[in-house]
Design a binder for this molecule. Structure first.
Ligand code: ADP
Ligand code: MG
Length: 701
């Protein structure tokens, strides 16, 4: 068939046909020949390296062995059902074990044949075994494709394997694909960039990623393809950012007036940290350009984001606009309201609170005042985005803990004025730089990387459960000093019933150790009616109870300066960023604060790393970096809804250097040629034109 290219549907490739095409689409989302070529190997086996069975050791990450499958036998029942194969070479024997696809394996494994197997050796009762090895029949006479020493391994599925599309089968397709369309492959990057960044050309990289000749060749191909992927993501993000500034006119705040100055000079009870000053300045500059601002403020818990938000809102009011601030929970909205009222006093401007539980009459009054323009600042929850809430002239929107809100919710605030308001989103979940650049590459980012002076660092310790009596003793001492204590339990959907029982048992235990009337305990968890939750919360906030037993509902934002001890039960079950958030609930007052992480003795390696990290540092950015390394980008909180993180080859955790290089490259290109109209950038302009233009901020972040 003539004229095949990357956009040709996969069924037209020789050796594919409708049936295989169908599974390729369903299982791997491969629709075109181009999709097939960008189904890269996820690993390579060095085919020159073989191990003898005698050399196998449980510490090895993986080993390739040539041997013979002597027998297979199914043993055990139900969940213990497994297939066990005896595998031998001339130095000894091991067991191969499978727990899945047993029926299929029994049919397809050839007992008595020679296999090349690959897998991780482990040891059980002194016997070495490999679970779910990769199996490949050994054909000594078969010519290896391209005579490879680095054998690619492709991800495949049981379904694909039934259509002969195991790693070998996919490799054969890659060969056909490359033979068929190699000459049509087009370089998407301009030549000057290849030269500048020393990149292998595209066609060569495609060949080498699938059929590497040697390690340097493979590394060069991988680097090239990663660069390209990250480069085009940054190109899109930075182009969007550029478009947003051009497209959306913004309210120009050109004066700093009475309210800001009065607040700053007369009411602010503490000096701002340098980081706070810097961010306020950045916002002031941004809002005075005539373009609409989209800024993300990252700052650890307690770094003082609220006051920055407040001062920004005052700038808006000084320029004749209204402002609002949205928080993800009722408790948090109430705290912001109380805090901001306390900071502002009664004279400077009018502030109101709107949440789901605001009584109808008050609500109507608020609606009316907003439309008349007699209400300056509105603080609240999701209630703010209802259509009924109309502003006379909203100029500035603050969203706290932005990752708790959906994209659509943010977009609604954006549309509350004809000219969209400036948007300031704040997060206390520090995101590693590389992630932020990719998730929020089209936003401006400010970082508050400094805590107010005089804060005592929180002392964090790790105890095992059997040291709980010591912990109780410590709690008594702290309560005797007048402090309050949080005790937090995990509550996870998948194990909710067990978790609730565990929490109840823990609560009973505490009630015995800390009996009435001397001690009082609040309890708050997500399963309680909102009213009860608020009631219990309020008792703790007012200091009527000394201990608050809670699930992670207290994670976000709650501020009780007198609480100085955070005890986290089953700490090994929490993610790092969650632990960090929880710890941030204490250390807000003048007293020395403590965080006690309680765990069982059974800790995974990753669990240990998390606990060690918590004990070692309280720097949110450092913690986020460890979290990224441990879990990969997809699991970091706040990243789930972000499609930009789905990458084919690059990895934000390990490819930071390439990302920085790619981003810097894009920045320079736009600086030199903002409209990409020069001849050398034609390819880039073409790439962007193919995609839907002007994805707006609310759709992408
Ligand atoms: P977060 O960044 O976690 O939202 P907050 O804005 O709630 O932090 O601030 C935490 C506490 O620190 C508040 O009680 C606030 O009044 C106080 N605070 C903020 N900035 C300063 C500062 N520059 N100096 C002293 N205390 C400050
Ligand atoms: Mg806050």
């Amino acid at each position: 068939m003539a004229n095949l290219s990357v956009i040709t549907p996969i069924e037209y490739l020789k050796g594919v046909g409708p049936q295989k095409a169908d599974v390729l689409k369903k299982e791997l989302q491969i629709f075109t020949i181009g999709d097939l070529l960008s189904h890269y190997p996820f690993r390579y086996i060095d085919r020159t390296q073989f191990h003898k069975i005698r050399q196998l050791h449980p510490d090895m990450i993986g080993a390739q062995i040539l041997g013979r499958l002597i027998s297979i036998q199914e043993i055990g029942e139900k969940r213990a059902r497994r297939l066990v194969g005896q595998f031998r070479d001339d130095t000894g024997g091991i067991e191969l074990v499978w727990f899945q696809s047993i029926t299929w394996l029994k049919k397809s494994l050839k007992v008595g044949s020679a296999y090349i197997i690959y897998g991780k050796p482990s040891e059980f009762n002194g016997q070495i075994s490999i679970t779910h090895p990769e199996m490949e029949l050994f054909h000594p006479q078969e010519k290896k494709i391209g005579n490879l020493t680095m054998q690619p391994v492709y991800s495949s599925t049981e379904k694909l394997k039934k259509f002969n599309l195991d790693t070998r089968g996919i490799q054969r397709l890659q060969q056909v694909a490359l033979e068929t369309i190699f000459n049509t492959l087009q370089e998407p990057l301009p030549p000057y960039l290849l030269e500048k960044h020393q990149l292998m050309d595209y066609a060569k990289a495609m060949l080498s990623i699938h059929f590497p000749q040697n390690t340097p060749d493979l590394n060069a191909a991988v680097r090239r393809l990663k660069f390209e992927e990250l480069f085009f993501i940054q190109l899109r993000l930075l182009r969007n950012k550029q478009l947003n500034t051009q497209k959306y006119k913004g309210h120009r705040f050109d004066k700093v007036g009475d309210k800001f100055n009065t607040f700053f000079n007369e009411r602010l009870p503490f000096p701002l940290t340098n980081a706070q000053k810097r961010v306020v300045k950045e916002i002031r500059q941004d809002t005075n350009t005539g373009a609409q601002m989209n800024r993300l403020v990252q700052g650890d818990v307690g770094s003082g984001k609220t006051v920055v938000a407040l001062m920004s809102m005052l700038i808006a009011i000084d320029n004749g606009y209204q402002a609002c601030m949205m928080a993800p929970t009722e408790i948090l909205a109430q705290q912001h309201f109380a805090g901001i009222r306390a900071l502002l006093g009664d004279e400077l401007c009018t502030v109101k609170l709107l949440t789901g539980s605001t009584p109808i009459r008050e609500r109507r009054l608020i609606h009316q005042q907003l439309e008349e323009g007699t209400l300056d600042i509105l603080i609240g929850t999701h209630a703010l985005i209802e259509d009924k809430v109309k502003f006379k002239n909203i100029g500035f929107v603050v969203i706290d803990e932005q990752h708790r809100f959906g994209v659509e919710q943010r977009a609604k605030l954006w549309r509350k004025n004809i000219v969209p308001p400036h948007m300031l989103v704040m997060t206390a979940t520090p995101i590693p730089r590389t992630l932020a650049m990719t998730m929020y590459g089209d936003l401006d980012i400010s970082v508050i990387d400094e805590l107010p002076a005089g804060r005592k660092p929180i002392k964090t310790v790790h105890f095992y459960e059997n040291q709980r009596l010591r912990v109780f003793g410590f709690m008594r001492e702290e309560i005797a000093k007048g402090r309050q204590i949080y005790v937090v339990y995990p509550l996870i959907k998948e194990s909710e019933k067990m978790d609730l029982l565990y929490l109840e048992a823990g609560l009973e235990n505490l009630q015995r150790e800390f009996p009435l009337p001397q001690y009082k305990i609040s309890i708050v968890h997500g399963k309680m009616p909102v009213k009860d939750k608020d009631f219990e919360m309020q008792r703790f906030v007012k200091g009527e109870t000394q201990i608050m037993v809670a699930t992670t509902v207290i994670e976000v934002g709650v501020n009780v300066p007198n609480a100085s001890v955070m005890i986290i039960e089953n700490a090994e079950r929490f993610g790092l960023s969650q632990l960090h958030q929880l710890r941030g609930r204490v250390g807000r007052g003048a007293e020395q604060s403590f965080c006690i992480l309680l765990t069982t003795h059974k800790l995974s390696k990753e669990g240990k790393t998390r606990l060690e990290t918590m004990v070692r540092t309280s720097d949110g950015f450092e913690i986020a970096e460890v979290d990224l390394q441990l879990r990969g980008p997809g699991d970091i909180s706040g990243t789930q809804q972000s499609g930009v993180l789905e990458m084919k080859i690059a990895n934000l955790a390990s490819d930071q250097a390439i990302l920085m290089e790619a981003r810097q490259s894009v920045i320079e290109i736009f600086k030199e040629d903002p409209s990409l109209s020069s001849k050398k950038n034609t390819l880039l302009a073409h790439y962007l034109n193919q995609r839907s233009p002007g994805i707006s901020w609310d759709k992408i972040s």
